[in-house]
Design a protein around this ligand. Structure first.
Ligand code: BGC
Length: 913
């Protein structure tokens, strides 16, 4: 065919099918999740992302969409939406679109797809098909547990040494083994089978010896007194014949195992229970529900305990052989006991993100700390456990102890774990299986000590299995500076390690709690690192479950340790987290769902502090936790936080279109600011009581100072840092706002100095001393003093890593523009400086992927930006001589090349240490 004919043909096809659109529709999600099988919310929110087929094309957008939802895939394939057909909706929305179709039945699975029209009204193809399921409205299964005494019977078989552990740790109960075998009444094939399951404890389920999922530690941790999450699994392929065996391992978990400080166990109940329903639909359309009831059997087995803080103990010879297979003889097993359902506890489809093994790490070195005692170094502090290759031969007792750091003699240092034993012990009797790993525990560690292993264990015998709530962590930020890259890596590891069902303070010692102060200071950074919206959606329910009758949020969520309500900056997470999730993901539903609890918190503070100073209802009143000899007066910090709450409430009220509340909270913010200024601020020179970095930072960041005092206060802040020889002195609270505030008020060079500082106290100091995660304290270990007080010295706390947000916003320069949310209106405003000769940043926002990168030799720079389809951006490239701010540009890739202007030139030269 002639060349021109080719062109003609292509043009003809384009016209005839109107498919030559430059956009494709990807990543369909429901309530932030990929194909969730149980969604409880009445009108689930649908979302997708758009991708340009050619990034060189600019200003692509979505002018309209059409969503089809069908009860079966066949109808959908014919483009029939028998449950919902939106028709062509003129809208540029791609997320938070509520399903408004026919009411769905409990357990129903529905299929959906979407197509869009671009700015020229060209139509895309339909996306691939996605699905979601409606959760269960009612349960007919019964809670089942072990009869009295069964677990204690098992413990009698322990050796002396283990008896002692169990006796001194009374909560250490054996893992329960439960099973049920049934025959199907129907002879036809299974069309679909969904398993719904949950526990007061933690569980794993097998069907016909096949594990139903790779999810770990389900059902996770909630305030079990009020809410229990259930999970759902597609098990269609596991049910093959007429007979089916369901087998369950049931551990104590957060429900009745050890959590929090040393002696806390059985916090929610004496021992574990299970609730299961298997819904099967056959091809002849008959259905069956197999559920937990008093016909199930229960026993104990090889796992004498598997406790989150203390680890696991297994006696291999106690394992009932083949118990998960069909036709296992369970006649000697006990009958389970059915337990009453507590009507006050809500059973809720899990809206969070499952915990999974997301990585495996092999050790990089090993040595003997004593003859026969081997220490393995994995090179990275992480969370999870060891998968161990079983030693050859029988009758061995192998013990693994986990630790974050080492003593000077190369042995493991475990004092900072406090009472957490963090030990996995296996008593092997044969060598039939290749590897072993614990079931319901996790440890925070870099080093593992192994004893009792016959011969010399090899590096290949141990594998670190890394777990965390598997929030997609797609965003990437990298520079030419190894120190900055290590900081970024440490922040990410801090996040991964502490996102275990709830956002925790630390993953290793006897604590691991959902500390609210830590959460509020890190939520912004976390939201840059990955898609954490579902994770926080789940957690906000824990927060609200923990609110006291008077309106006090707690210090930790799920609430448990301390009956006191939350301290300033800790309880405030109840306001700051929804606001941040709204800002980063556009989640107005989270704001409206929790608006009343937030209001109540404001009243809780306001009712006892009528003079607008937060001096009452301070509860644990932690202050700027772990600051460095620079204690910000608590009344300053607390009142500033009250002001910040009011500011955020006024913004959220505006987003919800509640003008009266906008006024109420704007006035409140102003009144608090007035009181703050009157009591603490020198109205001529802008000095703030206490004269600390944190004091200046929060007064500026929370918009409490009159305009004329702001530059003065910012100068005091910069001077204070200079007076400390370019060191920070902030604790948990100040650190989160420190660099952003410096940049905002014209001291970006000072922020860079802090970033690149390598002497104590600084991030660089920890990195130069082998940190692979963020430390709890600036001086977790120092050359002069060695380890800090072991009573509180975690090497894997994310709080001081809250600087991550500034790296994204102000160094890489990816932010929301002004009042914008969810990166629909983007501000690209990078600030090259220091010795960052290259930077590449890729942020996966809910509205698409934003890429920034630069390369500079210190005098000239090349800067690239990629703006996602269907968004607008303001690109500030004034760091390039004779360049300007490009307002409101459309999608596509942009490149700017030129000479750095003088200011940045200077920054770069000054800061090469
Ligand atoms: C935790 C912190 C927490 C603090 C309260 C500590 O034990 O580890 O991260 O915020 O207590 O001040």
């Amino acid at each position: 065919m002639h060349f021109l004919n080719h062109i003609f043909l292509i043009v003809f096809i384009c016209f005839s099918y109107t498919k030559c659109v430059d956009i494709s529709v990807k990543d369909l999600k429901v309530e932030y999740l990929v194909n969730p099988l149980a969604v409880d919310v009445a009108e689930p929110r649908l979302q997708w992302t758009l991708e340009a087929t050619d990034p060189q094309k600019h200003s692509l957008s979505q002018k309209a969409y059409q969503i089809l939802v069908s009860s079966d895939e066949q109808s959908l394939a014919k483009n029939v939406g028998n449950l919902w057909d939106t028709g062509k909706v003129a809208s540029d929305l791609t997320n938070h679109i509520h399903y408004k179709g026919k009411t769905l039945n409990a357990g129903q699975i529905v299929y959906w797809k979407v197509k869009v029209w671009d700015q020229e009204d060209k139509e895309s193809t339909f996306s691939t098909v996605a699905y979601w399921g409606k959760g269960l409205n009612t349960w007919t299964g019964q809670w089942i547990g072990a009869p009295n005494g069964l677990q204690h019977e098992a413990q009698k078989q322990l050796k002396d040494i283990d008896q002692k552990v169990v006796q001194s740790h009374q909560g250490l109960l054996p893992v329960l083994y439960m099973r049920k075998q049934y025959s199907t009444p129907s002879t036809t094939k299974v069309k679909s089978a969904i398993l719904y399951a949950t526990a007061q404890g933690v569980y794993k389920v097998w069907i016909n010896n096949m594990l139903v999922s790779d999810q770990k530690m389900n059902p996770g941790w909630t305030d079990f007194r009020k809410t229990i999450n259930y999970q759902s699994y597609d098990v269609t392929n596991l049910i093959t014949g007429k007979d089916t065996a369901i087998s369950v391992l049931l551990g104590t978990g957060w429900y009745s195992g050890y959590i929090g400080f040393s002696r806390q166990y059985k916090l929610y109940g004496a021992d574990q229970s299970l609730l299961v329903e298997l819904h099967v639909q056959y091809e002849d359309n008959t259905t069956a529900v197999i559920k937990s009831d008093n016909t199930w059997k229960v026993s104990t087995g090889s796992i004498l305990y598997s406790d989150m803080l203390h680890g696991q103990l297994s006696y291999e010879n106690l394992e009932p052989k083949n118990w998960r297979f069909l036709n296992f003889d369970d006649s000697k097993w006990a009958q389970v006991v059915a337990r009453p359902t507590d009507k006050n506890v809500a059973l809720v489809a899990d809206s969070g993100v499952p915990i999974r093994v997301t990585q495996e790490i092999k050790p990089i070195a090993k040595w003997q700390s004593k003859p026969g005692i081997w220490v393995f170094d994995f090179g990275q502090n992480s969370v999870g456990w060891i998968r161990l290759k079983k030693p050859a031969g029988a009758q061995t007792r192998v013990q693994l102890r986990y630790a974050e750091v080492l003593n000077p003699d190369g042995s493991i240092y475990t004092l900072n774990l406090r009472s957490a034993l963090a030990t996995d012990t296996y008593v092997f009797t044969d060598s039939s299986e290749n590897t072993v790993e614990p079931d319901f525990t996790f440890h925070g560690y870099r080093y593992v000590e192994i004893s009792g292993y016959p011969g010399e264990p090899q590096l290949t015998d141990l594998t670190a299995r890394v777990i965390h709530s598997d929030t997609p962590l797609k965003s990437r930020l990298e520079t030419s500076n190894p120190l900055v890259n290590k900081l970024i890596s440490n922040i990410r590891w801090g996040q991964r390690s502490n996102f275990i069902s709830v956002p925790t303070d630390c993953p290793q010692r006897d604590e691991r709690l959902g500390w609210m102060g830590d959460a509020e200071i890190f939520v912004h950074t976390a939201s840059y690192n990955g898609d954490v919206a579902a994770f926080y959606t789940k957690w906000m329910r824990d927060v609200v479950d923990g609110q006291s009758a008077e309106g006090g949020f707690s210090d930790v969520a799920p609430r448990m340790v301390d009956p006191a309500d939350g301290a300033p900056a800790w309880g405030d997470a109840g306001v700051i987290v929804p606001y941040t999730v709204y800002k980063m993901f556009g989640d107005l539903q989270m704001v409206s769902n929790h608006y009343e609890p937030m209001n109540k918190w404001m009243t809780y503070i306001g009712s006892q502090n009528p003079d607008y100073m937060w001096t009452k209802r301070l509860n644990n009143n932690f202050g700027d936790w772990l600051q460095v000899n620079a204690d910000t007066p608590k009344e300053v910090m607390n009142t500033a936080y009250y002001g910040y709450d009011a500011l955020l409430m006024s913004r959220m009220a505006a987003a919800l279109n509640r003008p009266e509340d906008v006024k109420k909270y704007t006035d409140l913010h102003q009144n608090i600011a007035n009181a703050f200024n009157k009591a603490f601020v020198n109205s001529t020179d802008g000095r703030i009581k206490g004269d600390t970095q944190t004091g200046y930072v929060i007064a500026l960041a929370f918009e409490l100072l009159p305009e004329k005092l702001r530059p003065l206060a910012a100068n005091h802040l910069a001077d204070n840092i200079k007076a400390h020889n370019w060191h920070l002195t902030t604790g948990f609270i100040g650190v989160g706002y420190l660099c952003p505030t410096l940049t905002q008020f014209g001291h970006h060079d000072v922020a860079y100095k802090l970033l690149l500082q390598e002497t104590y106290p600084s991030w660089g100091y920890s990195i130069n001393n082998n940190a692979t995660t963020i430390w709890e304290r600036w001086d977790g270990w120092t050359k002069e003093k060695g380890f800090q007080n072991p009573g509180m010295n975690s090497f894997n706390h994310y709080s001081l890593g809250s600087v991550g947000r500034w790296l994204w916003q102000s160094v890489a320069g990816i932010d929301n523009n002004g009042n914008g949310v969810a990166f629909k209106d983007i501000l690209i405003s990078p600030k090259p400086g220091a010795n960052l000769y290259n930077l590449t940043a890729s942020y996966h926002s809910i509205n698409g992927q934003i890429d920034n990168s630069w390369v500079t030799n210190g005098t000239h720079i090349k800067f690239n930006a990629l703006i996602p389809v269907n968004t607008r951006a303001t690109i500030d490239v004034t760091f390039i001589r004779n360049e300007t701010v490009h307002s409101n540009v459309g999608s596509g890739s942009y490149q700017f090349i030129g000479e750095l202007n003088k200011h940045y030139d200077q920054v770069i030269n000054e800061l090469i240490f």
